[in-house]
Design a protein around this ligand. Structure first.
Ligand code: CA2
Length: 145
């Protein structure tokens, strides 16, 4: 069986849909997972969708993607702006990697303007809200074809 597209989510995204809807939208993480799963199926792919509040767990999952995933979509959330460990793990991948954000960090506070992830990503999707998850899956499907 073909390898899945990993869709990995970082800290606090389990609370999606419960706060700050003006920034992040009204959809929950479960809604976003359904959207990404349906979009992957429409392209003949499947996804492995995960969320963690722990940096080390996220690093381990990125390492798992080296031999278990066809591609990686990652919303590292707050770790985007802080984590050398996430950066180092992503640099070890030889598959397409999409950095994904619901909001556009460049329109927000200056501390969100620095990403440790962008330089290790194939491409970036940001500022498109929950729909960005579907668009990121479209992008990796196009890269894998
Ligand atoms: O826009 C994004 O997707 C972010 O990765 C979200 C992170 C933020 O630190 C990044 O700068 C941009 C924050 C995730 C927090 O998620 C919540 C969503 C709704 C309610 C509470 C938390």
């Amino acid at each position: 069986m073909a390898k899945p597209i990993f869709v990995l989510n970082g800290p606090n995204l389990n609370l999606l849909g419960t706060r700050e809807p003006d920034i992040y939208g009204h959809e929950t993480l479960a809604d976003v997972e359904t959207l990404a799963r349906e979009r992957a199926q429409s392209h003949g792919h499947r996804i492995e969708f995960r969320q963690t509040n722990h940096e080390g767990e996220l690093v381990t999952w990125i390492q798992d993607a080296r031999d278990q995933a066809a591609a990686l979509v990652i919303n590292p959330a707050g770790y985007t702006h802080t984590s050398v460990a996430v950066h180092d793990a992503l640099k070890m991948l030889e598959i397409p990697v999409i950095e994904l954000h619901l909001s556009n960090p460049h329109k927000r506070e200056p501390f969100r303007h620095r990403s440790f992830v962008s330089s290790a990503a194939t491409g970036i999707v940001a500022g498109l809200g929950p729909k960005g998850y579907g668009i990121a899956v479209d992008a990796v499907a196009a890269l894998l074809d």
